[in-house]
Design a protein around this ligand. Structure first.
Ligand SMILES: *Cc1c(COP(=O)(O)O)cnc(C)c1O
Ligand code: SF4
Length: 334
């Protein structure tokens, strides 16, 4: 286990941390001593999808390293401005899966709630970077329409809170939603998908843990850790309070060129996940979203990498290599 000597993080401050995050490529690059990398094309890319990086996350990057794998995930790139064929604005067909206000229903027994359009970090490869959250009806101010639609969904066993990032909602608003979900008859599992703890572990406070636990539903938090350098002692400590409350921790990563497409990185990522109390779940082949083609890893390389991981890791530390196919009834193994 990664030792946990630090006290629970000061969760009161998470919104202040968020507000003080980086909002421009110039400022982030200056912070890292990499001003020379700045280009006007970077600003043009950021006008389409703004840069957003919490300071905590920026401090995990290596100053002076232009190839830092964490920096690559968040730094706008001129390559985003080109649009190769096959890369669209809705690569997962989500706009066709809307089943109600802020509700996606694609797979049997599971419904996904788009709780908010906001995120603490903007990942350049994001498959929802063009998603129209307003048109999808995501309205955290009022949960009644979502809860009504969920109550009418036949055979529903699991609700997945997604976004944007559901943990960007404050505890009050999240608490109201969780309370509502706890009243749904027949619901057997609660799942939360979030990258927020990875870029701002301060978010995990005692109240959040209590809110999730007090639904009485078996719960799982699916984190989005892409690189071993994202697994810090701070994160591990924050997560331990969730684990003590019986909340299962899984990880889904996206396979990204120049970030985590080497065997060495994948081995270290999955071993370190376990040491932080997290089990690998999915390794996603990139959704073909416009602006992210430069992150694409060829299928042949992805499959060879996955086969090599199977040779070198215990079975429970090998994530499933999958991709999403619009209209398919589950994520497909490659
Ligand atoms: C990915 C996804 C799920 C969950 O799929 P699992 O294979 O159970 O992880 C559910 N709903 C939607 C809309 C999804 O995109
Ligand atoms: S946290 Fe997830 S939803 Fe938000 S920008 Fe990153 S990949 Fe997209």
């Amino acid at each position: 286990m990664i030792p946990c000597s630090a006290p629970l993080p000061n969760h009161e401050a998470w919104q202040r941390h968020l507000a003080e995050g980086f909002r421009s490529a110039k400022a982030l690059l200056a912070h890292l001593g990499l001003e020379r990398l700045w280009t006007p094309a970077m600003e043009a890319a950021a006008r389409r999808f703004p840069l957003r990086v919490p300071r905590y996350y920026a401090d995990l990057m290596t100053p002076g390293d232009p190839d830092d794998p964490l920096l690559r995930q968040v730094l706008p790139d001129s390559a985003e401005l080109t649009s190769p064929p096959g890369y669209g604005t809705d690569p997962t067909g989500d706009s066709h899966a809307l089943a109600g206000p802020g509700l996606l229903h694609k797979y049997p027994q599971r419904a996904l709630v788009i709780t908010t359009g906001g995120c603490a970090v903007h990942c350049r490869y994001c498959f929802r970077r063009h998603f129209d959250y307003t048109a999808a009806g995501a309205r955290p101010a009022r949960w009644d329409p979502v809860l009504d639609a969920l109550a009418k969904t036949p055979d529903l066993e699991e609700v997945i809170l997604s976004g944007g990032d559901p943990l960007l909602l404050d505890d009050d608003r999240l608490g109201i939603l969780l309370e509502g979900l706890a009243t749904l008859p027949g619901l057997r599992r609660l799942r939360i998908h979030s990258r927020l703890p990875v870029v701002l572990p301060q978010r995990i406070g005692e109240r959040l843990v209590h809110l999730i636990a007090s639904t009485g539903l078996p719960a799982v938090l699916v984190l989005h850790v892409n690189h071993p350098a994202e697994l810090t002692e701070f994160l591990s400590c924050a997560l331990s309070s969730l684990r003590r409350a019986g909340i299962a921790l899984l990880n889904q990563a996206v396979l990204l060129r120049g970030v985590n497409d080497s065997l060495e990185t994948q081995l270290e990522l999955n071993k370190k996940l376990f040491e932080s109390g997290i089990l690998p779940y999915y390794l996603h082949q990139l959704d073909k979203v416009r602006g992210a083609a430069h992150f694409q890893v060829p299928d042949e390389h992805a499959k060879a990498l996955h086969a090599a991981m199977q040779q070198r890791l215990p079975g429970y530390l090998v994530p499933k290599l999958v991709r999403e196919i619009p209209g398919a009834s589950c994520k497909r193994p490659l």
